[in-house]
Design a protein around this ligand. Structure first.
Ligand SMILES: [Zn+2]
Length: 448
C-alpha cells in the first residue's frame, strides 16, 4: 500500500513537471560560454578604440556588459531551439550570399518582448524580439530586417555614437553647461533634464541618418540573396503601422465566460471610479509603444529605398513561418503567465482562440489555470502587484476591458466562473492532469 502511494505520488509529481514543460528556456544551455563570449567581444571592442579613448570606452562597455549579463539572468531572453533553427537558416542564406561579411563573432538572441523590433549592439550581439516573428508574414521580411541590422554593425554605427557620446560629455562647452545647471539653486533638476534632452535630440538626428544608411547597405546585402526583394518595403510598411494599437484583435470576452447556470454579468466590465488610473505617467501601455518608435521616419525611408533601387517582387518564402508563429504565440502565453501578467495572458488566450490559432485543449487548460491563479492572487491580496488597473489614457480597448473584468471579479465570482468553465469543457480535457488539477481546485471551492 505504502509502495503504491509513493508510486502514485511520483506519477503525480512527474505529471506536474510534464505539465510545466516549456518549449523554451530563459537561460542558455551554457551560461559560462556566453559569459566568455561577452568578455571576449567586449575586450576586442575596447582595444579597437584609440588609446586615448580607451579608459572612458572601457568604463561604458564594462557597464554595458554587466547590464547584459544581468538581463540574461533576469529572463529577458528566451532560448527556443525551433525558433533559433529557423533564424539560423535565414542567417546562413544571407552569409552565403555575402561571404565578405566577417560573421565569426556574431550571436543572435531572442528577446521575449512582443514589441516588433530588432537591434544591433556593435560587438557582434544582435537581438530580435519575439514580436518581430509575429509581425512578419514571410522569411523574406525577416531576412531584410537582419540585413538592416548587419549593416549597422558593418557601418560601425554603435562605435560612432559611442565616440560622439564621449566627445559631447567631455567637451568643455557641455561640461560648463552641466556645471551651470547643477549650480542653480532652484529648478536645478529641470535645467539638467532639458540639457540632457537637447543632447539626446542631437543623437536622435544622427541616428536617423544612420537608419537610412543601414537601409541602403541592408538592401545591397539583401539584393544578393534568394529572397523576394519587395519584402524590404513590405516589412517597413508594417513597422510603420505598428505604431497603432498593438493588442487590437477581438477577444469576445463575454461569450467566453457566460454559462447557462451562471450567465455573464455586465457589472463585471463596468467602470468604477476607484479603479481608474488618473496619472498619465502610469500609462504602462504608452511606454511599450514609444519603444517601437526607435525606427523613425519610415515613410521617408521607404521613399528613399524605392528611389535608389529597382525593387522587383518575386515568390515569397513562407514554408515555415506558420509553425514558427504558432510557436511564438504559445511562447508568449507562457511568458506572460510566468510573469503573472494575467491581463496580457488572458488577452492572448482569448484573441488567439478567436482567430483559430490556438487549439481547444490548450485554450481550455490555460484558461482554467489562469482562473486558478487569479483566485490565488486575489485571495492572497497580491492581485494589484501584477495586474494594472484600467488605463483611461490608453486606447488599448481590449486590454482595458480585460483589466476591468479581472479587477471587478470577486472571489465568489471567480469560484463559480472557474467551476462552470471546467464543467463546460470537461469532456475535451478530461485526461489532462493539469486540467484535472484546476477542475479539482474549483470543485473543492464549490463544496461549501
Ligand atoms: Zn536600424
Amino acid at each position: 500500500m505504502k509502495k503504491n502511494l509513493s508510486c502514485l505520488l511520483f506519477i503525480l509529481w512527474f505529471c506536474s513537471i510534464q505539465g510545466q514543460k516549456k518549449d523554451f528556456s530563459y537561460s542558455p544551455n551554457n551560461v559560462d560560454s556566453i559569459e566568455n563570449y561577452l568578455n571576449k567581444v567586449t575586450n576586442n571592442k575596447i582595444l579597437s578604440f584609440e588609446i586615448k579613448q580607451q579608459k572612458r570606452v572601457k568604463e561604458i562597455l564594462l557597464e554595458r556588459k554587466t547590464h547584459f549579463l544581468k538581463s540574461i539572468k533576469d529572463s529577458t531572453f528566451i532560448f527556443d531551439e525551433k525558433i533559433h533553427t529557423y533564424l539560423n537558416k535565414i542567417l546562413a542564406e544571407i552569409y552565403h550570399s555575402n561571404p565578405q561579411i566577417q560573421t565569426q563573432d556574431f550571436y543572435f538572441l531572442i528577446n521575449k518582448s512582443l514589441i516588433p523590433n530588432a537591434a544591433c549592439y556593435g560587438n557582434g550581439i544582435y537581438t530580435v524580439n519575439l514580436g518581430m516573428f509575429n509581425l512578419i508574414k514571410t522569411d523574406d521580411e525577416m531576412a531584410y530586417i537582419i540585413c538592416h541590422e548587419l549593416s549597422h554593425h558593418i557601418l560601425k554605427h554603435n562605435d560612432k555614437s559611442l565616440e560622439n557620446y564621449i566627445k559631447t560629455f567631455s567637451s568643455k562647452d557641455v561640461k560648463q553647461q552641466i556645471n551651470t545647471a547643477s549650480n542653480k539653486k532652484y529648478g536645478r533638476r529641470s535645467a539638467i533634464t532639458s540639457l540632457l534632452k537637447d543632447l539626446k535630440f542631437n543623437f536622435m538626428k544622427r541616428s536617423r541618418i544612420a537608419e537610412t544608411q543601414a537601409d541602403s547597405l541592408g538592401y545591397i546585402l539583401f539584393n544578393k540573396t534568394k529572397y523576394n526583394k519587395h519584402a524590404s518595403v513590405d516589412i517597413l510598411k508594417k513597422l510603420d503601422l505598428s505604431d497603432e494599437m498593438i493588442f487590437n484583435n477581438p477577444t469576445n470576452l463575454t461569450t467566453h465566460f457566460s454559462f447557462e447556470q451562471y450567465p455573464f454579468k455586465e457589472s463585471w466590465i463596468e467602470k468604477e471610479d476607484k479603479i481608474f488610473n488618473l496619472s498619465e505617467s502610469a500609462n504602462d501601455l504608452q511606454i511599450d509603444k514609444d519603444s517601437i518608435k526607435t525606427h523613425p521616419d519610415i515613410p521617408l525611408r521607404i521613399e528613399k529605398l524605392n528611389r535608389n533601387n529597382i525593387i522587383v517582387a518575386s515568390n515569397s518564402n513562407t514554408n515555415e513561418i506558420e509553425s514558427i508563429q504558432k510557436r511564438t504565440y504559445e511562447n508568449s502565453i507562457q511568458i506572460f503567465s510566468d510573469d503573472l501578467k494575467l491581463d496580457f495572458t488572458l488577452y492572448q488566450l482569448l484573441s488567439l482562440h478567436e482567430k483559430g490559432l490556438l487549439d481547444d485543449k490548450k485554450y481550455i487548460n490555460e484558461v482554467a489555470n489562469l482562473l486558478k491563479k487569479l483566485y490565488d492572487l486575489k485571495e492572497k491580496h497580491l492581485f494589484g502587484k501584477y495586474i494594472s488597473p484600467l488605463n483611461s489614457f490608453s486606447e488599448e480597448n481590449s486590454i482595458n476591458e480585460i483589466r476591468l473584468f479581472l479587477n471587478n471579479l470577486e472571489l465568489k465570482n471567480i469560484k463559480k466562473i472557474g467551476y462552470y468553465f471546467c464543467k463546460k469543457n470537461e469532456l475535451l480535457s478530461k485526461n489532462d492532469p493539469e486540467f484535472q488539477d484546476s477542475y479539482n481546485f474549483f470543485k473543492n471551492l464549490n463544496q461549501n
